[in-house]
Every structure is written in C-alpha cells, then in structure tokens.
Design a protein around this ligand. Sequence first.
Ligand code: NDP
Ligand code: AKG
Length: 456
Amino acid sequence: MLLRYRVGAVVSLAKHQNGGAKTVLWTSKNFRTQSGDATFLQAVDFYFDKAAAIASVSPDILAQIKACNNILRVQFPLKCSNGTVELIEAYRAQHSHHRLPVKGGVRMAPNVNGEEIMALAALMTFKCAVVDVPFGGAKGGIKIDPTKYSLNEKEAIMRRYTSELVKKKFIGPAIDVPAPDYGTGPQEMAWIKDTYEHMKSTDINGAACVTGKPLEEGGIHGRHEATGLGVFFCLREFLNDQDLVKKLHMSPGVKGKTFIIQGFGNVGRNLVDIRDPAKILELPCDVLIPAALESQVHSENASRIKAQIIAEAANGPVTPSAEAILEKNGAVILPDLLLNAGGVTVSYFEWLKNLNHIHFGRMSRRMEESGKKVLLEALEQEFESKNKLSDDLRKELVKGNTEIDFVWSGLEETMLVSWANVRSTAERKDCNYRTAAYLIAIERIATCYRVNGIFP
Ligand SMILES: NC(=O)C1=CN([C@@H]2O[C@H](COP(=O)(O)OP(=O)(O)OC[C@H]3O[C@@H](n4cnc5c(N)ncnc54)[C@H](OP(=O)(O)O)[C@@H]3O)[C@@H](O)[C@H]2O)C=CC1
Ligand SMILES: O=C(O)CCC(=O)C(=O)O
C-alpha cells in the first residue's frame, strides 16, 4: 500500500535524473515483483525518501544524491565450447561520483537486469558513506547462470566484460573498482586485473583496479571473510546491548541464541524441504540472516517470519511492505547498508595496500617485536622475577602485528563505530535503524557537495 503510487508504473531513467545534470546511457521500464511488492529499485528509493524527509538537506541536493549518474549496458558475443555463439548481456552502474573511485561488486546471476544493478549501486553509495569509506557507489552484473558455463567460458566472459569497461572508461584505480558479489569470487577478480593490466600496461597502480583478488595477485588477508565477520561484529554488539535485547524479551549475549542463515549453500537448504527452500525463512529462531538475494522477505511471507531480529547480510532482502509487517510484529531489522559493509571496508584496505605497493605490517612488525622484547627484558630485570615468562607467553606478548591483525582491527573499529552512530541516530531521531543509516549517509554526502561545491 505504501508504495502503490509507484508500483507498476512505467518509469524511465530520466525520472531519476536531476535537471539533466547526469548522464543517461540507458532507459528501462520498472516492473512489478510477483507478490506486488516494490521492485528492488523502488524499495531503495522508498527507504531513501523516508530518511530524506527528516534530513536537513535541500530538495535539489537530495535529488542529486538520489539519482543514478551512469548506467552502462553492453552486449557481446561468447564463443561457446560447443562452437555456437551466445549473446551475453552485462551492466555497470555508477550511482554517485561525489567521491572517487566508485566502488562495488560484480554479480553473475540469470536474473540480472539494469534496475537491479542501479539499486545495488545506490546501496553501495549509501553503504560507503555510513561506514565512512571514501568511495562513491557502483555495481556490475552479468546476466548468466555461472553454473551453466565452463571455466574457460567464464574466463572469456569476464575478460570481454572487463575490456568493455576499459574501452568505456568504466574501470580503473581512480575511476571505478569492482569486487566480488553474488556468483563471483577471487578467480573472476584475477581475470579482471589481468585483462586491465594487459590493456593499460603503463598504469603502475593497475592492481588497484579491482579488489577481492587472490592473495598472490595483490589481494588482502581477510577479504574473503570480511562481509560475514562484519555482520557478526554488529550482531554481537546488538545482542550484548542489555537495553536493546530487553525490549525483545531476550537475554543479552550471543550464546544460546538460535540463528537461521539463508544462503548457506546446500547446508542451509537441506535443513528444510528442498522443494520449497524459501520455507527456511519461516522456521522458529531468534535471528534470521538472509544472505542470498534481494526481496526474499516480502509481503506474502513476512507475517510468518518468527525471528525477532532480521540481520540483512544480503543486499535488499526485505521489501518495504515486509518491513512494515515485521516491525508491526515487534521485530528489529539491522539494515544491509550497515550490516554487510565489512566487505567494502576490507576492499578499501586492499585498494590502499595496492596503491602503497606494500602489505600492512611489513615495515612495522619486527620493529614492534624488538621494542616489546626490550620492554619485557627491562621489566624482568627490574623485578628480578624468579618465575620467568614461559617461551610461549613471551612469544605471544612480543608478537608484532601482521596484515590480518590490521585488517581485523580496522574492520572491527569501522563496524563498531558505525553501529554506535546508527544506534544513537535512531534514538535521537526516533526512527528505525535503516532510516538512521540512510540519514547518516545522506547528510555525509550532502556535506561533501556543500564543501566541494558543484562542478563547473
Ligand atoms: N561477496 C561480498 O563481499 C558481499 C556480498 N553481499 C551480498 O550478499 C549476498 C550473497 O552474496 P555472496 O555471498 O557473495 O554470494 P555467493 O554466490 O558467494 O553465495 C550465495 C549463496 O546463496 C545461495 N542461495 C541462492 N539462492 C538461494 C535461496 N533461494 N535459498 C537458499 N540459498 C540460496 C547459493 O546457493 P547455491 O550456490 O547452491 O546456489 C549460495 O550458497 C548478495 O545479496 C550480495 O550482494 C553484500 C556485501 C558484500
Ligand atoms: O568490496 C566491494 O568493493 C563491494 C562489495 C559489494 O559489492 C557490496 O558491499 O555489496
């Protein structure tokens, strides 16, 4: 009901533009989801508008922040292993250039479409702003089911996609930096890097054109688990907060709570009737973690969700109509743009590592260790301890920080500071966590426009 005015409407991309100030390379029709819920893009717009209504930002700047700057749609041929030629459709949306480069994953899925990619790119803009990662937002998608293609075919698709991005200036360490998303991983990122470096062989920072790479290709320790670990850090903070869990009639702490994760591959799916994997969402549990695709919790199944906490590990898993039902039933939603920001946070660290051409800890680890050794020896001498420290304890105490120590510490710091900010904003504005997170993002981006001014 909330979204009736937009659902099903034929909306050209122009409607999302601001006085012709932005480049439109593609137009499309909105479409209804099967259940009649808002489409993913409509949902992101709806959540934005809700926060915009309480932001201290002028309508013209709000329109600018909301609009998608560029969307590129490419079609190219793939020579398949059986000798036939297949037409491949792919996208890259750059939502906001208020900070550069723009950043966001590339997904491979059969249902990829331009609107979905625009919604995901917008989420990237707001996500980066919430966790104070200095990037604009982008997202890419290739409309294939990756399980139906051989490794060689996937490599050809990824390399051709990257070459299209290079030719159109939609990729580069200072322009637009892809990363893994649904259906892609380190191998695809290695192909992107290699293709970029072949086409831009004089770019000394070429490795920073993509993140989520394998370690041997300039990746960073901890990127693989970063998104999940970020979800855990925030969830742990929420569950340890006596005041917040009391409102849900729960005891504090992670221990003893029951969790359901959707998107756990075969393990998660086999918990229930596999003829109907969506039913897993409706089983009794304390915390439901949708970690697969958007719009999984919608107006038709929301009232059957038993969990009191919905932790959005996926992007856009809860539609606005579902959110209204869940909240009416007393559930709390920890929103995607905060909760799954661990991935882009560690991607930021990887990008910095690539630009520095050196890994974190290389210059400092031994120096830290020798400093700590001197301190320990001085203390032992001073107190003439008869019980000297054991070798193992000594080793542990003097250990210098390695790359993974920096990454986990930086990730935890980012997630905890951001959660505290979202929590206090929600309290101050008397709104839910999603609106608070959007509000923080909107006000930060608006500040950027105010301080920088508008070009030209
Ligand atoms: N990768 C990242 O760093 C980040 C990802 N995200 C978001 O997290 C979500 C998941 O992405 P990611 O983990 O990378 O994707 P992956 O491709 O690595 O994994 C997705 C998993 O979801 C499962 N799945 C798909 N549909 C269903 C379903 N209907 N029911 C149960 N399981 C299902 C897949 O199972 P199967 O393989 O059997 O099909 C697979 O195990 C996406 O929304 C993505 O945008 C957000 C931030 C960062
Ligand atoms: O790591 C990145 O740059 C982007 C991750 C991503 O696509 C996301 O957060 O949705």
